[in-house]
Design a protein around this ligand. Structure first.
Ligand SMILES: [Mg+2]
Length: 268
């Protein structure tokens, strides 16, 4: 979804300048003008909450069947993947997939009270506190001194809006895009709004599949910041970068320098 001014809560815009209408660079050497930041596990912690919910889900299912026999983890993942096109990404889709898997795996024996426990697991994920990665605010501020910055996050719209609002970071971004899938089409749409070519764009994120591969394959740049845990779905990529268009950093302290490194490569 594209969030135009006026269509989202004012908190997103009250401090952030909106200056996307003017073309910045039509000719000349390619320079990185715009830097995108992923949200989950790049700005704030997220995956740990999902993995805790999965672990609690398995404990509930384990009261019915022998976990070792039925590959609960694999079956839940398969159900979640199958349902992405229907439910989209995020905690609500995960909750529905957990309910479906629980009914399926237990042969419809699961009790209503245990289904209720599973719904509560989903609600806990939706209500988790927004904890920023250490140093991320300073990192975004440092990048924003020389580049326009945009937050590009995917997942449940309502949940992502809440996370953006409680993160306290909304004022740093020129634009906030909450998309249903982070693919080439989504990135091209953002770049069209800024009237920029992919060569002028770098994306910072923890997912090779969603944040780095589509951008680099379009001709953009990537700062890959792996998170200590990754949802199995996001690890599925055959992307291998040999093009020097990606810099890997360990934590937010390295982001600004990585962008400058890419900028130097872009003009080299
Ligand atoms: Mg992420």
């Amino acid at each position: 979804m594209h969030l135009a001014p006026g269509s989202i809560p004012a908190v997103f815009w009250e401090n952030g300048p909106i200056s996307t209408a003017q073309p910045i660079r039509q000719t000349g050497e390619p320079v990185i003008e715009l830097v995108g930041f992923d949200g989950d596990d790049t700005l704030w912690h997220s995956e740990g909450y999902y993995q805790s919910a999965h672990a609690a889900f398995e404990r509930i299912i384990g009261e019915y069947i022998d976990l070792a026999d039925v590959r609960v983890h694999d079956r839940l993942l398969a159900t979640e993947r199958r349902n992405i096109k229907l439910f989209g990404y995020g905690a609500k889709g995960m909750t529905l997939s957990m309910l479906e898997s629980a009914i399926d795996i237990t042969g419809q024996r699961i009790s209503a009270s245990d289904l209720q426990r599973i719904i509560e697991l989903g609600k806990q994920v939706l209500a988790h506190p927004v904890d920023l990665l250490p140093g991320i605010r300073a990192a975004v501020e440092a990048v924003a001194q020389h580049h326009r910055v945009v937050l590009i996050t995917k997942g449940d719209l309502f949940h992502q809006e809440q996370k953006v609002a409680s993160s306290g970071l909304a004022d740093l971004f020129h634009r906030i895009e909450i998309v249903s899938e982070k693919d080439e089409h989504a990135y091209r749409t953002v770049l069209e709004e800024f009237q920029l070519s992919p060569a002028s764009f770098a994306m910072v994120g923890n997912s090779l599949r969603s944040d780095i591969a589509p951008v680099v394959e379009m001709g953009g740049w990537g700062v890959y910041m792996p998170y200590h845990v990754t949802w199995a779905h996001e690890t599925e990529t055959d992307f291998v970068d040999h093009s020097s268009r990606v810099v890997q950093v360990e934590n937010p302290l390295g982001i600004a320098a990585a962008i400058e490194e890419l900028r130097a490569r872009a003009v080299a």
